[in-house]
Design a protein around this ligand. Structure first.
Ligand SMILES: [Zn+2]
Length: 422
């Protein structure tokens, strides 16, 4: 078995930080064995001079080990891969994730008694489940090292579950480590108070060559297809895999890349905006509708088993609440799926204008989209570097506006007009 961090592509900085932390954690265990204070330092709200208060031989919060971590990054950047590898590194007997010892093996195989992976299938993580988890996490690790709890989609915690987790993170049991995964540290994803107690490990989108290598090695995709897909996906692992395998995803990308040559006037610009928005909606609908139906059916089955005896009325009120909560979460998931789909389209489009810009500058850089390179080249001649840059900036401004909650249709229409006028 290779090193536990082997599948975390293009994340050298994060891996280095995690190894340092694992080494610091091992030092804490050794100090504990030698009967010196075996406590970790909670990340806590940083205060100046905090490092100075650290006991000698223990941890510097900036490089050492802490009780609670958040792995953030765009989907496909390897958040849960990173969390699992770090859990293994903490349980590693010989180093910081050697991949050979029983601690590494059992953690990577999902059988380590002291590592719990919480993967919310369907419904969000509820408060009951979280309380039980927190309770078990407080027990002494049976392997003598750490109790590790990995929460894969921490953005899917209910508010009550989030509060239960916060209590544990605020007053962590001495040998317990929480690893949360979330798209970002935006308050929509992780509560501000939990965030303030965690060390954040931001993962970036890995370089295209590293992604292509993984597609070939792990997914058995032909090297030339893998290289094209990794470049077109601009380093996004999951997106690259989808482009390599899913003809529908390729079709949607082609439609987006047809936008620049369709912009022949004001009317065409508005048409292109509508088409882009509607395509994103359709893609999002396709991606969430199946999960929505499955979740609702599962919840209804669970609630239907309630019976009619004493307490049935209360159970019914509870059921209405649970259904409402489910609908609320499904709605926010649909909104996010739409935003994600639109954002992918904008990233593709930005890639096109970036290609035009690098060609206008005669920069020795490979194009993002090899299949529209000729079109980008024609654009480069017509617009020159300055015009290409203005168009690229219009696409990026559209992303920023949507991020700041401008209505997507308004932002996309403004962008299309800017792309047409240059
Ligand atoms: Zn090991």
């Amino acid at each position: 078995m290779p090193d536990v961090f082997a599948d975390l592509v293009g994340q050298d900085e994060a891996v280095a930080e995690l190894r340092r932390a694992a080494a610091a954690a091992a030092a804490v265990l050794r100090a504990g064995a030698a009967d010196r204070a075996p406590a970790l330092i909670s990340a806590g709200p940083a205060s100046p001079g905090e490092a100075g208060d650290t006991e000698p031989g223990l941890l510097d919060p900036s490089t050492g080990m802490t009780h609670a971590w958040i792995f953030t990054g765009p989907p496909g950047s390897g958040r849960s891969v990173a969390a699992r590898a770090f859990a293994a590194a903490l349980q590693c007997t010989y180093g910081t994730g050697c991949g050979e010892c029983p601690g590494c093996h059992t953690t990577m195989g999902g059988t380590n008694a002291d590592v719990r992976m919480v993967v919310p299938e369907g419904l969000s993580i509820g408060v009951g489940e979280m309380r039980a988890l927190v309770l078990r996490a407080a027990s002494t690790p049976s392997g003598g090292r750490w109790q590790v709890v990995v929460i894969e989609d921490a953005d899917r915690l209910t508010e009550a579950a989030s509060n239960a987790l916060l209590k544990a993170v605020e007053e962590p049991p001495p040998r317990t480590v929480f690893l949360l995964c979330a798209p970002s540290t935006h308050p929509d994803d992780v509560s501000v108070t939990i965030r303030s107690r965690c060390r954040v490990v931001p993962l970036r989108q890995p370089p295209a060559a590293a992604v292509a290598e993984v597609l070939v090695r792990r997914d058995g995709i032909a090297p030339d297809v893998a290289q094209w897909a990794a470049a077109a996906a601009q380093g996004h692992v999951g997106r690259a895999r989808r482009l390599a395998r899913d003809p529908e995803a390729r079709k949607r990308r082609e439609a987006v890349l047809a936008v620049p040559r369709r912009l022949t006037g004001v009317g065409a610009a508005f048409d292109a905006a509508s088409a882009l928005i509607e395509a994103a909606e359709a893609e999002a609908e396709a991606s969430v509708s199946e999960a929505d139906a499955t979740e609702r059916a599962a919840l209804e089955t669970a609630l239907g088993a309630g019976g009619t005896g004493r307490g049935a009325a209360g159970a019914l009120r509870g059921a209405a609440g649970q259904l409402k909560e489910l609908e609320k979460r499904q709605k926010s998931r649909a909104t996010r799926a739409q935003r994600d789909a639109l954002d992918r389209a904008l990233v593709d489009l930005a890639g096109f204008y970036r290609d035009a810009l690098t060609m206008a500058l005669r920069a020795p850089i490979d194009p993002v989209h090899t299949d529209t390179a000729a079109l980008a080249g024609a654009g480069a001649q017509k617009w020159d570097a300055e015009g290409s840059l203005r168009r690229l900036e219009a696409v990026l401004a559209c992303r920023t506006a949507i991020e700041a909650n401008v209505k997507p249709r308004i932002a996309v229409e403004a962008m299309m007009l800017a792309l047409w006028k240059g």
